[in-house]
Design a protein around this ligand. Structure first.
Ligand code: NI
Length: 171
């Protein structure tokens, strides 16, 4: 299965608010499969959102299980996700497949509860902490037309050129 093409900053589609998914049909499941394949084909890909391939619907996938020694939920398909609770704040480094030349420091909640539908339309709830919570918040931002660039406290001190694409995780 071929990867989908990742669109990159400053493409205007990355700034749009994505639409909720209403039909949980075979076409949706096929799209989710291709989106996941695109994430897994990307170096260090731990998350992806449908707007990153120009599909402006509220669909994201997160799987940080390739990162050693962290607690996580494994593969999560997050359709029409809602964050139900936030706890703590922590600053950390993020990369994004749509911003291939930079990484940046962003403040995120340390611990969240997120509710979403999966690709079969079943309601799910996940508790996420640390790096996984960060990845989920990063992907939900994509559904609202936001990039990590929009959340930097300062472009001068919190934005870094990426020297080696493969060395950092992207979402
Ligand atoms: Ni991203």
């Amino acid at each position: 299965m071929a990867s989908l093409e990742i669109i990159t900053y400053p493409d205007e589609r990355l700034k749009q608010v994505a639409q909720p998914v209403e039909r949980f049909d075979e076409a949706l499941r096929r799209f989710v499969e291709r989106l996941e394949q695109t994430m897994r084909d990307a170096p260090g890909g731990v998350g992806i959102a449908a707007p990153q391939v120009g599909h402006l619907f509220r669909i994201a996938i997160v799987d940080v299980s390739s990162r050693p020694k962290i607690a996580c939920n494994g593969r999560m398909v997050l359709i029409n996700p809602e964050i139900l609770s936030w706890e703590g704040m922590v600053k950390g480094r993020e990369g994004c497949m749509s911003v291939p030349d930079f990484t940046g420091n962003v403040v995120r909640a340390e611990c969240i509860t997120v509710s979403a539908l999966d690709e079969t339309g079943r309601q799910r709830e996940y508790r996420c902490t640390g790096y996984e919570a960060r990845a989920v918040q990063h992907e939900i931002d994509h559904l609202d037309g936001l990039l990590f660039l929009d959340r930097l406290v300062s472009r001068r001190t919190d934005l870094f050129p990426r020297k080696n694409y493969g060395s950092r995780k992207s979402a």
